[in-house]
Design a protein around this ligand. Structure first.
Ligand SMILES: [Zn+2]
Length: 142
């Protein structure tokens, strides 16, 4: 299975030897964190910012289950209502940094709970040119 990067203007996701990492911004003046990376701070309006790899662990802050195919485009996954598989979506609060909206690997409401520990991973979104296109997601910690 080949892996590739999902890129919106700039890299938002790195696939490293130690696993996936989200690329965000940290303000050197006020310690604000933003995802995805941007060149200015939305808290203090300063530009003394750096590109960082965000943490990979956090807690589920809010969640829901996407039960029907989103409008395509921009949705790249299976858009046929007969083949579509519901998936979880949520906000994960990365320890000491920020909340990130992401797919969840779990879509069973009985297995999702606010506050549960989550870890960054990737999921295959679709196939493109015989390669798997992946995006970031969070999975419940074992
Ligand atoms: Zn700032």
């Amino acid at each position: 299975m080949a892996l590739t990067q999902l890129s919106i203007k700039d890299t938002i996701l790195e696939l490293t030897d130690d696993g996936p990492r989200l690329i965000g911004m940290r303000c050197k003046d006020c310690d604000n964190h933003v995802f995805p990376y941007q060149e200015g701070c939305n808290r203090c309006t300063g530009t003394n910012v750096e590109k960082i790899r965000l943490g990979t662990k956090g807690k589920l802050w809010a969640w829901t289950v996407q039960g029907f195919p989103p409008k395509a485009p921009p949705y790249l996954g299976e858009a046929s209502p007969e083949k579509f598989q519901p998936y979880g979506v949520g906000y994960v609060e990365i320890d000491g940094q920020l909340k990130v909206e992401a797919r969840l690997t779990e879509s069973d409401p009985e297995k999702l709970q606010v506050g549960m520990p989550m870890e960054l991973t990737t999921v295959v979104l679709c196939e493109e040119d015989d390669r798997d296109l992946v995006t970031y997601a969070f999975e419940p910690c074992a």
